[in-house]
Design a protein around this ligand. Structure first.
Ligand code: SAM
Length: 273
C-alpha cells in the first residue's frame, strides 16, 4: 500500500507536523548535496538584470532566498508560491531572518492554476514539486503561460528509482530501495518522466541536464533518505526491524571507514516558454 503523500495534501496536517516538515525542508536544503544542486538550478535559470522570477511549490523558500541573493545585486525580484499556508508563513520568517524580505514576495496558491497574468515573469523554477501534484503536465503548462515569450523555465525532480548503494546484502538493499520507490508518498519515477512531461506541455528549446549526486557522508540528504527508507520499510512490515537496523549500521560503518558510496540522479529539464 502506498504511504499517503504529506507534500501533496499539506492541509490535512496538524501544527506540529507542519513545523516538522518546515524543519525538514530547511535541514535538507542545508545539506551539502542539496546546496550544490540548488546552486546549479540558480545557474541554469541564469537571472539577468532586473529579472522577475517565480519559484513554484517554494516550500520554506530556500531556493527563493538563493535566487533573491542573486536578484538583489541585479535589481530583480523573486516570487515564491506554495499551496500550504504554513510553508508560506515559514518562508516569510526565514527570508526576514536572512534580511532578504525586500527582494521576495511569498503567496499562497496552486501550481495548477497560477494567479498570475500571461508572461508575468522572466523565469520560473519548480523543484521537487511535480512528483507531488495530481497533474504535472498542467503545472508545466502553467509555468509556460506565466513566463514571457523566450523566458526560462527550469524543472527539477529527483528519481528514487535511480538510487544505487554499495551494500554487501544486495537482496535486502533491493527490497528497501524498491519499497521506497514504489510505496513512499509522491511519484518516485517523476525524474525520468520530466522530459516527456515538459515536451507534452510544449516547452521550447528543451534540454535535459542529468545531475548525478554521489554521497560519501552522513550529512548528505541521500544518506538521511536511506535511513528513512529502511525505517519506513520495517514500519510497513516489508523487512524486519533488526535487519533494517543492521543494514543502516553496515552503511554507517562504511561512512566511518570512508568507503560509503551511494548515488542518485536528479533530472533537470530547462527550456523556454
Ligand atoms: C517536497 S516540497 C519541495 C519544496 C521546495 N520546492 C524545495 O525544493 O525545497 C513540495 C512542495 O510543493 C508544495 N505543493 C504541493 N502541491 C502543490 C500545488 N498543487 N501547488 C503549489 N504547491 C504545491 C508543497 O506544499 C511543498 O511545499
Amino acid at each position: 500500500m502506498k504511504v499517503p503523500d504529506a507534500w501533496s495534501s499539506p492541509a490535512a496536517l496538524d501544527v506540529q507536523e507542519e513545523m516538522c516538515m518546515v524543519d525538514f525542508l530547511e535541514a535538507r536544503s542545508a545539506s551539502p548535496d542539496q546546496m550544490a544542486l540548488n546552486k546549479r538550478l540558480v545557474d541554469l535559470l541564469a537571472p539577468a538584470a532586473g529579472a522577475q522570477l517565480l519559484d513554484v511549490g517554494c516550500g520554506s523558500g530556500f531556493l527563493c532566498r538563493l535566487l533573491a541573493s542573486a536578484a538583489q545585486s541585479l535589481g530583480g525580484h523573486v516570487w515564491g508560491i506554495d499551496i500550504a499556508p504554513h510553508f508560506i508563513a515559514a518562508a516569510r520568517r526565514c527570508a526576514a531572518q536572512a534580511g532578504l524580505s525586500p527582494w521576495i514576495t511569498f503567496e499562497v496558491g496552486n501550481a495548477q492554476a497560477l494567479p498570475y497574468v500571461d508572461g508575468r515573469f522572466d523565469g520560473v523554477v519548480a523543484a521537487r514539486l511535480l512528483l507531488h501534484v495530481p497533474d504535472p503536465v498542467r503545472v508545466v503548462r502553467e509555468a509556460r503561460r506565466v513566463v514571457r515569450p523566450g523566458g526560462r523555465i527550469v524543472l527539477m525532480d529527483w528519481d528514487f528509482g535511480t538510487v544505487a548503494v554499495d551494500h554487501p546484502d544486495r537482496a535486502l538493499t533491493r527490497r528497501i530501495l524498491q519499497w521506497r520507490t514504489d510505496h513512499r508518498g509522491g511519484d518516485n519515477w517523476s525524474g525520468r518522466q520530466l522530459w516527456g512531461r515538459a515536451l507534452r506541455a510544449g516547452l521550447r528549446d528543451a534540454r535535459l541536464v542529468p545531475v548525478v549526486s554521489v554521497s560519501h557522508e552522513e550529512e548528505s540528504s541521500l544518506a538521511q533518505s536511506l535511513w528513512r527508507a529502511a525505517r519506513g520499510a520495517w514500519e510497513a512490515g516489508v523487512i524486519g526491524r533488526a535487519e533494517g537496523e543492521a543494514w543502516i549500521d553496515t552503511l554507517r560503518q562504511q561512512i566511518g571507514q570512508g568507503t560509503f558510496c551511494a548515488s542518485i540522479v536528479y533530472f533537470v529539464v530547462c527550456g523556454r516558454s
